[in-house]
Design a protein around this ligand. Structure first.
Ligand code: SF4
Ligand code: SF4
Length: 173
């Protein structure tokens, strides 16, 4: 549970969307840990700056967030990446065109709005994907999927999973 350790060690505070937040980077960072045999003093816990804000809770299209808890079984990231079965019909019309993961509760966060833009080339979207039309996505073949997403996290959902997700969005139109 990296987030619990990050909270205890004074790296960040846990936002109402459950992500770890720091001033300056918001939740746009990675947590990592070293396992060592030295006893170290921790920093003090970081103050929670969420205050009265409820933007992430209000914006979540599946109502997955209650303050400081996310119901994973309702989260679009879980439903489009981890779920192996069909996506339950109760989520019809709620995906807002997200076909792999969801960043809404990060996008609306005012702490993230003040974060510096990264300069990491590997985090930029592949140019080929930006020019793809809705039809291109609907008709994506396994070869195109492999060419576009080899070596990326999208492989995690596999071709069949991405097709399922796109098909689920199609039901809306
Ligand atoms: S990732 Fe999307 S669906 Fe999941 S909790 Fe955040 S806003 Fe809700
Ligand atoms: S949107 Fe508001 S409540 Fe949610 S994590 Fe960001 S600051 Fe906290």
């Amino acid at each position: 549970m990296e987030r619990a350790w990050a909270k205890k060690s004074g790296i960040a505070w846990q936002g109402k969307n459950t992500l770890m937040l720091t001033k300056g980077k918001g939740s746009f960072h990675f947590l990592a840990e070293l396992i060592i045999d030295l006893e170290l003093e921790t920093d003090n816990a970081v103050k929670d700056y969420c205050g009265n804000c409820t933007k992430c809770i209000d914006a979540c299209p599946t109502n997955a967030i209650t303050p400081y808890q996310v119901d994973g079984s309702k989260c679009i990231s879980y439903l489009t990446i981890e779920l192996k079965d069909q996506i339950p019909n109760e989520f019809n019309g709620k995906f807002e065109d997200w076909m792999f993961g969801c960043d809404i509760c990060q996008d609306v966060c005012p702490i993230n709005a003040r974060a510096k833009q990264h300069k990491e080339q590997d985090f930029l979207p592949k140019k080929e994907t930006l020019s793809m039309t809705k039809t291109d996505w609907q008709e994506i073949t396994e070869d195109v999927f492999n060419n576009l997403f080899n070596g990326t996290p999208v492989r995690r959902t596999k071709y069949a999973g991405l097709k399922r997700n796109i098909g689920f969005l199609d039901k809306l139109s």
